[in-house]
Design a protein around this ligand. Structure first.
Ligand code: NAD
Length: 499
């Protein structure tokens, strides 16, 4: 019988009270492995009230004391890394090594957050006027919330929670209802690390829980990551309630292949970036753009050969390149997108539909799919597919390739492979996309830089992690003070200036 999961509120597991549940699958077998409660507005309200109380104490701790809790948390994650990775792999379906990477990229942001005391320093100007000093303080917002997607159940919650907590906020996480177990374990580990009860909560749920967070005046900021339609909805709704919001959405990442590139290196990069984690990454490469017919023909041949050798199977099996998709619905949706591409004239070099993995016949598998001669008018080019599907869109020139990536409605990531420095410099300067790789297929910035897409891949101001995250999770107070205080100037009716 499938176990029933909980929420994590006020430092303790809490059974769901709404009577509503969602199934959590093991995508490798297709079986339901747990039920997750879907919170009601009342349960969300309780989490917010607990967080508000807990934040008063947490926010009053000095930043170094708070950072020590994060240090201890890192030790606990290291202690439990294998267990966390297996839990993640079983619920998400990514391979064990990839699950470890998911955790590690989250850990790297927490490591960065240990430096919060430095990042929270204000500015100071002495003698700005006679006896006048001006300085600024960075203060926590209070209670903030994160709403996160299924595809990085450790990394993205930690990207949001780390800076929010280090800055002195209480954080409420509404993780994906598809794989909530790792977020619940993270809540346990934060508590064990010494985080006061109620400072980090997990409310599981769906739209009802999200809407309750959006509507509640006690929640000061919303960090969202997920699909673009929901990102837009959350951004608009949060703004309508006067909240700060940063909302990151979908993607269609191009990799431009110049004729001078090493095509074996490019093919390897495309296979990893296109099919790793079954293509369920917002930084996956989903469009290869070879420049020139000769480059395209040679690349298509190398990709076809490599795709045929890919091993797809249960996430915990040794030697598997990628595992199942998250749900049966996802398999059906991606399969329909492939069919639409074929109907619109794409040339099939590999069709992964109908893959059956022996002994795991009910698992949510889809083999690697490679489509050539995909043109910008086709849905399979325009829309995010979020599955193991790579399309080849041939360009006749560098300018055309640059234009394709720049004009696409999404602007998350992009890469160029070339041996020519001039071309690479021109590309990085001109391409209209937020994160760029030069001979790097998945340019997810390191923790002390910031992560964020442009155009319809990101809504709101300021990126995730890096210094931006500390700006997002704090408000600036600016103080103008005069010492000695006794100067007598009489009443003044003009605006003070520093003349
Ligand atoms: P999703 O948009 O379906 O769900 C994301 C979150 O929103 C979940 O917590 C979900 O419960 C909630 N949600 C879903 N529908 C909602 C609704 N109608 N109202 C309120 N909340 C709702 O996304 P997903 O399928 O979990 O994740 C995949 C998507 O996330 C892809 O589009 C991918 O590109 C994107 N993504 C983007 C980034 C980035 O940084 N840009 C990173 C990872 C994933």
């Amino acid at each position: 019988m499938a176990k029933t999961l909980t929420h994590f509120i006020g430092g303790a597991h809490r059974d769901g009270a709404s009577g509503r549940f969602a199934d959590v699958f093991d995508p490798s077998t297709g079986q339901v492995q747990a039920r997750v409660p879907l919170a009601s507005a009342a349960e969300v309200g309780e989490a917010i009230a607990t967080a508000e109380t807990a934040q008063r104490e947490w926010g009053s701790w000095n930043p170094q004391r708070r950072a020590r809790v994060l240090m201890r948390f890192l030790e606990l994650v290291a202690r439990d890394r294998d267990e966390l990775a297996e839990l993640l792999s079983r619920e998400h379906g990514k391979t064990l090594d990839d699950a470890k990477g998911d955790i590690q990229r989250g850990v790297e942001v927490i490591e960065f957050c240990i430096g919060a005391p430095h990042l929270l320093k204000g500015e100071f100007s002495t003698g700005a006027g006679t006896g006048i000093d001006v300085y600024s303080l960075r203060q926590p917002l209070g209670v903030v919330a994160g709403i996160t997607p299924f595809n990085f159940p450790a990394m993205i919650p930690l990207w949001k929670a780390g800076p929010a907590l280090a800055a002195g906020n209480a954080f409420i996480l509404k993780p994906s209802e598809r794989d909530p177990s790792v977020p619940l374990r993270l809540a346990e580990l934060f508590l064990e690390a010494g985080l006061p009860a109620g400072v980090f909560s997990v409310v599981n749920g769906d739209k009802e829980a999200v809407d309750a967070l959006l509507a509640d005046d006690r929640v000061a900021a919303i960090g969202f990551v997920g699909s673009t339609p929901i990102a837009e909805y959350i951004y608009a709704t949060a703004a309508a309630h006067g909240k700060r919001a940063q909302c990151f959405g979908g993607a269609k990442n191009h990799l431009v292949v110049m004729p001078d590139a090493d095509l074996d290196q490019v093919a390897d990069a495309l296979i990893g970036a296109g099919y790793g984690s079954a293509g369920e990454r917002c930084m996956a490469i989903s469009v290869a753009v070879p420049v020139g017919a000769a480059t395209a023909d040679a690349l298509a041949a190398k990709l076809t050969e490599r795709v045929a050798a890919l091993a797809v199977g249960p996430s915990l099996r040794e030697g598997v390149d990628y595992g199942p998709l998250i749900t049966r619905d996802a398999v059906d949706r991606v399969s329909a997108a492939i069919q639409r591409g074929i109907d619109e004239g794409a040339v099939v070099l590999a069709d992964g539909r109908g893959l059956v993995v022996e002994g795991h016949e009910e698992g949510f598998y889809l083999g690697p799919t490679l489509l050539d001669h995909v043109t910008p008018d086709m849905a399979v080019y325009r829309e995010e597919i979020f599955g193991p599907v790579l399309v080849i869109t041939r360009a006749q020139s560098y300018e055309q390739a640059l234009g394709l990536a720049s004009d696409h409605e999404y602007g998350n990531g992009v890469a160029i492979y070339t041996r020519d420095g001039d071309t690479a410099r021109d590309f990085t300067a001109r391409v209209n996309v937020g994160m760029v790789g030069v001979n790097v297929p998945i340019p997810v910035p390191i923790a002390y830089y910031t992560f964020g897409g442009w155009k319809r891949s990101g809504f709101g101001d300021l990126n995730q992690h890096g210094a931006d995250a500390f700006r997002f999770y704090t408000k600036t107070k600016t103080v103008t003070s005069r010492w000695p205080s006794g100067t007598k100037e009489g009443a003044s009716f003009v605006i003070p200036t520093m003349d």
